[in-house]
Design a protein around this ligand. Structure first.
Ligand code: MTE
Ligand code: MO
Length: 372
């Protein structure tokens, strides 16, 4: 059993698949803290978790032609300036189960918990690439990452991002060795992972073994044959994966974490809580909440966490306290977020449904009963 050596996990996690291990925190824990505690941070593994020795660990950074390749130990990585940022990581499949309810898709049944936030610290990728002699190129180029996890044929997890993002100090792409002040837990990439702020989780390669600069995107299955969006009219007979760009920056997203779907709430006053986030460093500027399925709206209160212009890498938690409309036996609670480009979420799944169930960001809806 290649999974026999996987780490022990927190019992509160809702497990969507045991081997490979995929699990999300329950909604009420997800937004209890702005920073997600490491033991309940959602986990998305495609393969068994490698057990790496930090003393013999080496990161291979392939240099440019005529340049110099690097073979970095953890101590070597610690010599680069340490950079620390708060970043929300979201899987492209977050909220997939809502797409499934509309029409069948292929993929893990994630609820709204395939998203979490941590303080990540490490070396900036641009500093490491510069040390290897890489420069911004005029022609298209991509930074390819390879994990040290692999399938039975020896194929490793891999992904890539454009070189322009990797070389941009403002994009703050990290080779992270700390998560919330601790060494990375094994499930989250010990000892080193990539953190690409504002970009889909799939590019944050864990157990990082190799970095190279290539004229083409990574040839990995997960770069080219997965993690792409398609029209609702495309099915598995007609899909052409080469025709769509790989997902990088994610669209604006929000979800309700309290109350829970199907719950019975007290009459009087209701407290609605949730998270909101957008890709590409776009800040969430507003969250609207409806208690009547979207007919009338109220503006939720956003937490006061600092957001930097064009570098809003982390989510905002929000809440709304409102009277329960008199005489109502049930409420259809809805939320939707607006980012600083005024991007909004679609009201239903129908126009964004796709065969892989990615990019599921329709208005989030929770149905509750009101106690008599
Ligand atoms: N990196 C490796 N090496 N192997 C993986 O399976 N999964 C990716 C990414 N990096 C993966 C990986 C996906 S799809 C996501 S959403 C994130 O890791 C999840 O990171 P987390 O498990 O720390 O939440
Ligand atoms: Mo993912």
């Amino acid at each position: 059993d290649p999974y026999a050596d996987d780490p022990i996990r927190h019992p509160a996690l809702k497990v969507n698949s045991q081997r490979p291990f995929n699990a999300e925190p329950p909604p009420e824990l997800l937004t209890e803290n702005y920073i997600t505690p490491n033991p309940i941070f959602f986990t998305r593994n495609h393969l068994p978790v490698p057990n790496l020795d930090p003393d013999t660990y080496r990161l291979h950074v392939v240099g440019p032609p005529g340049g110099q390749s690097l073979c970095l130990s953890l101590d070597d990585l610690y010599q680069f300036p340490k950079h620390e940022i708060t970043v929300t990581l979201q899987c492209a499949g977050n909220r997939r189960s809502e797409m499934t309810r509309f029409k069948e898709v292929r993929g893990l049944e994630w609820s709204a918990g395939a998203i979490s936030t941590a303080r990540w610290a490490g070396a900036r990728l641009c500093d490491v690439l510069a040390q290897a002699g890489h420069q911004l190129s005029e022609t298209e180029a991509h930074v390819c990452f390879e994990g040290l996890d692999s399938d039975p044929t020896g194929t490793a997890y891999g992904a890539s991002i454009p070189l322009a993002r990797a070389m941009d100090p403002e994009a703050e792409v990290l080779l992270a060795y700390e998560m919330n002040g601790q060494p990375l837990p094994r499930d989250h990439g010990f000892p080193v992972r990539v953190v690409v702020p504002g970009v889909v989780g799939a590019r944050h390669v864990k157990w990082l073994g190799k970095v190279s600069v290539e004229p083409e995107e990574s040839y990995s299955h997960w770069q080219r044959r997965d993690y792409k969006g398609f029209s609702p009219c495309v099915d598995w007979d007609t899909v052409d994966f080469d025709s769509a760009p790989s997902i990088q920056e994610l669209p604006v997203q929000s979800a309700i974490t309290q109350p829970k779907d199907g719950e019975t709430i007290e009459s009087g006053e209701v407290t609605v809580k949730g998270y909101a986030w957008s890709g590409g460093g776009r800040a969430v500027v507003r969250v609207d909440v409806s208690l009547d399925g979207g007919l009338t709206w109220q503006v939720a209160e956003l937490d006061r966490e600092e957001q930097r212009a064009r570098k809003a890498w982390a989510w905002r938690l929000w809440q709304l306290q409102a009277p329960v409309p008199a005489g109502k036996k049930e409420l259809n609670i809805v939320c939707k977020a607006v980012d600083d480009s005024y991007n909004v979420q679609p009201d239903t799944v129908a126009p964004i449904w796709n065969l892989r169930g990615v990019l599921s960001n329709a208005w989030h809806r929770v149905h509750v009963h009101v106690a008599p």
